[in-house]
Design a protein around this ligand. Structure first.
Ligand SMILES: Cc1cc2nc3c(=O)[nH]c(=O)nc-3n(C[C@H](O)[C@H](O)[C@H](O)COP(=O)(O)O)c2cc1C
Length: 251
């Protein structure tokens, strides 16, 4: 059966460097796996700024009406989510950070449990790992399994020490087959929890159990009850539950 890849490109430079690099990665995955894919860029979405109202925390979802729900659906329905953005001034573009802010409640509700993620960035000469490392931490808090990180650059300083796949964009066609093979192997390996997720799970589990016992049910506590998170003893059990349902839970 074909696996679904959804790629979000956090750039308005449609079909330019980040887009092309992601396309190359997907094409290489397609040589190794049966896939269907969809790519969405910032240009395809109408996204309002975060108002800071905290409704996402109290009600469990953002109250603004725009394309956020559409983006959420596409991420949650995918077998592999590719999150890509160029480096802007040693960080992610502001519009991408806005989307992350709008998804803040996901970091309290393990919304990416069971989700395989590849992070991709491009840059010219500096700030190589700033975007992928920042996204790594944020998506880890959302519960994702980060199977790999790729950075395509025009220049890579010698001795840049990182766990990221650093690739000169002009040599991507030579480098990608070997690197993508490893990513695909990780994608197909059994999904296992880690100490970070287990510790975070216990912390939130304790909090929401207490809030439930006190009858103080806000949007996030409701999600913990309804998704089955609260009935699980540990994060591995929740990953297994999500995978048994077939897709990530989005409530
Ligand atoms: C506003 C802005 C800031 C940038 N800041 C950096 C930077 O800090 N480091 C760097 O190496 N490249 C920087 N770049 C270059 C882009 O990261 C690079 O060209 C990237 O590949 C563009 O991807 P895109 O064509 O998909 O938008 C910047 C570009 C822009 C427009």
């Amino acid at each position: 059966m074909e696996k679904k890849i959804f790629a979000f490109i956090g750039s308005r430079a449609a079909k330019k460097k980040t887009y092309s690099f992601v396309k190359e990665i997907i094409t290489e995955i397609g040589h190794q796996e049966q896939i269907q894919y969809e790519i969405v860029t910032l240009n395809d979405l109408h996204m309002k700024p975060c108002m800071g109202c905290e409704s996402c925390f109290t009600q469990g979802a953002c109250i603004q009406r725009d394309d956020l729900c559409l983006l959420e659906e596409k991420i949650l329905e995918s077998d592999l989510f590719i999150f890509a953005a160029p480096v802007y001034m040693h960080g992610m573009p502001g519009e991408v950070k806005n989307i992350i802010d709008r998804l803040a409640t996901w970091a309290h509700t393990f919304r990416l449990a069971g989700k395989n993620v590849i992070l991709v960035s491009t840059c010219d000469t500096n700030g190589h790992t700033s975007v992928v490392d920042d996204l790594h931490l944020k998506l880890l808090y959302m519960g994702a399994r980060i199977i790999d990180k790729y950075v395509g650059a025009n220049f890579i300083p010698e001795g840049l020490n990182t766990d990221t796949n650093l690739i000169l964009l002009e040599e991507a066609d030579k480098e990608l087959p070997r690197l993508v093979k490893r990513s695909v192997e990780r994608w197909n390996s059994k999904m296992q929890s880690n100490r970070f997720h287990e510790s975070l799970f216990q912390k939130y589990h304790e909090l929401h159990s207490y809030l439930c016992s006190e009858g103080k049910i806000n949007g996030e506590t409701r999600y913990w009850k309804e998704s089955g998170l609260l009935d699980c003893k540990n994060y591995q059990e929740y990953i297994n539950l999500v995978l048994a349902k077939g897709k990530s839970c989005n409530g």
